[in-house]
Structures are given as structure tokens and as C-alpha cells.
Design a protein around this ligand. Structure first.
Ligand code: ZN
Length: 141
């Protein structure tokens, strides 16, 4: 399975990143850009440590704390998604479009799921009168 993002998709994500930094008043540094770019170029939904390992190849002096601080900042500003599959650590996703995930607990592989917008997602009666911010479904296998 090829987990790389296609070039036009990556270009689009980088453009959105620049805009999002501007909108959120974040100073765009080469470190921030490479952290985002590495996350944006994969479909693997990496952990902070996996990201750090990749980022270090480009910025050997960058600390894990800096990488972690920046991805947390990106997530807080809605630039990336923070995901929790109950593994004891978070995973990150540069695809902020509405989508769901399949989590393979044996292999720890995370796959995107795009349900057709015509697919009605059942809303529990408890939430019927509450405005939902988002619906995220994790299919754990
Ligand atoms: Zn995803």
C-alpha cells in the first residue's frame, strides 16, 4: 500500500497551511513548515515520535519537545487533526476534511474512510437536539 500523498494534494495542503498560519497569527518558521510538510505528505497518521524521527532527518538539531509543541499548536488551531485510538499516544492527520478511520489494532495501521455524503450517520436520541461539531467514526478491527 502506498502511503504517500499525491503531489497536487500535498501542494494544496501546503497552501492551506500557509493560509491557516496567517489566519491564526502563527509565525511560519522553516521548522514549522517541515513538520507540517512531513505530516502532510503521508497517509500513515503518524505519532509524534514517528514525525520526530522523520523531521530529524531534515533538522538534526530539532528536539522532540519542539516537534511536539508545534503539532499540538497546529492541532489546537485546527490546522491538523489529533486522533486517539486508545493506544496511549496521539496520532496526527493533516487531512482536515470530514472523514472517518479504520484502526487495525493488530498492525496499528490507520486507514481513512470517506463515507458518501448521502450516507446518513445515525444520531443517538440523547444528541438529537444538540448541535454537533463533528462526527468521527473509528472502526476498530
Ligand atoms: Zn485520516
Amino acid at each position: 500500500m502506498n502511503m504517500s500523498v499525491l503531489e497536487p494534494v500535498l501542494a494544496e495542503r501546503k497552501k492551506k497551511f500557509q493560509k491557516a498560519c496567517k489566519c491564526n497569527g502563527l509565525r511560519r518558521t522553516p521548522q514549522k513548515s517541515i513538520i507540517f510538510e512531513i505530516l502532510a505528505s503521508t497517509h500513515t497518521h503518524p505519532t509524534a515520535h514517528e514525525l520526530y524521527t522523520e523531521v530529524k532527518k531534515h533538522f538534526p538539531t530539532l528536539s522532540f519537545a519542539t516537534v511536539y509543541k508545534n503539532i499540538t499548536l497546529f492541532a489546537k488551531n485546527g490546522i491538523i487533526k489529533e486522533l486517539d485510538f486508545g493506544e496511549g499516544y496521539k496520532r496526527y492527520d493533516a487531512d482536515i476534511t470530514d472523514h472517518h478511520h479504520i484502526y487495525y489494532s493488530q498492525t496499528k495501521i490507520v486507514q481513512d474512510v470517506f463515507l458518501p455524503s448521502s450516507t446518513p450517520v445515525p444520531i443517538p436520541t440523547e444528541l438529537q437536539n444538540i448541535p454537533l461539531k463533528k462526527i468521527h467514526i473509528t472502526y476498530t478491527v
